[in-house]
Write a protein that binds this ligand. Sequence first.
Ligand code: NAD
Length: 442
Amino acid sequence: MTDLFTTIVRSPVAQKVGVPQPTRLRRYEPGMPLCEGPVLVAGGGRFAEAITSWLGTVGVPTVTAAGDAADAAAKVGAVVLDLSAATDPSDLDALRLLGAPAVKALKRNGRVVVIGTDPDTLSEVAEVATQRALEGVVRSIGKELRAGATANLVLAQGEARDGVRSAVEFFLSGRSAYVDGQVVRVDETTSGDADALRPLAGKVAVVTGAARGIGAEIARVMARDGATVVAVDIPAAGDALAAVANEVKGTALQLDVTSDDAGSRIVEHATSRHGGLDIVVHNAGITRDKLLVNMDEDRWRSVIDVNLRSVLRMNEAILGEGGLAAGGRIVCVASIAGIAGNRGQTNYGASKAGVIGLVSALSRQVADRGITVNAVAPGFIETEMTARIPFATREIGRRMNSLQQGGHPKDVAETIAWFAQPGAAAVTGQVVRVCGQSLLGA
Ligand code: NAD
């Protein structure tokens, strides 16, 4: 979906008179190279060697900063800086020495990925401070980069090789086109290999709110990646739901997620029709905006019920006997309104912040079953929901981010599909904002 403003600024007349153009983001399509041009791998941490050899196996050339950093950095598509071994603030100089020339030479839609050590696993105060500093640097680099380039941070616990590889791959790829200034923690869980083109092959995925918008796109991306999709939505959206289910060669399940038996019906449908349940995406959501002083009971309750209580209730059945398989995935859809708050959205902000709490608590509870629980927090995404926002507010929401444009439903779907990959087994309890590094709640 291209908005009117973007159509106007991209028009030949606007281009001729030099109106600044939002960069066309390089979004993932099956078969495209991981990133454009060689990757500079530097920093000397404990993952750099493994990352270099893995990039070689997937056909991405690498350069090192052994000689002149500026030479090494010439025309790179991405830079991976492994600072996981940094223990003292003086070690951070490497970021400036290696990062500055690389950032300068970065191609359009380039990538900066920094690898650090999760400060929560450290006890020395100077080490914790040094590793925590990486967050500030990466978020600031994200705000300095232009032309569709992004900067993100992977924080590793111990020897989290598989987790680091999966997160670095995601951040280098076009799957993370609208993910900027984010921090992802990875643990030491190991994972097997998956088919690069169809990483979800053999998996059964349920997507709620799949009749349109972000949910329909999640269904498409999951099916593209090999999953069998059960598309869920309310009976009133039955025709649109059937169309999505047919398009992705999956099945449709009409239900209201707030009904008492929603969770058990999902489990029953997935197991009886498709032989199991591996992935659940809680995407269904509503807004009923009003300032708190004018908030009636119905607006308050309906938003809390659809966006939060239903997820808690469905999870009881989904995680019960005969439900989600060991090694399964639960992915929730939060919102930056649940992080930063939003005027007129006390009900929505509460529900989405609650989802973030749910993810944090539940991920710990089900870790011993190899189940991961994560959330995406979309920023401004071009859908029917955001098309209803008044023009001026909409334009502000759309532009106030480092990438200076709204995201696409596909951007949210790609992050969810990454959480669902077998390779992301080491990623749990995380909230990744898909917001182009929105200034809201930054
Ligand atoms: P949308 O309104 O276009 O689609 C939501 C879908 O959920 C609809 O098909 C609707 O019928 C379904 N749904 C609503 N209530 C339901 C119920 N009780 N049972 C079953 N299905 C139900 O919204 P969207 O923009 O695609 O948003 C999808 C998710 O992303 C929501 O959770 C939303 O809060 C979140 N989100 C969206 C944005 C954005 O910019 N669009 C930003 C942040 C978060």
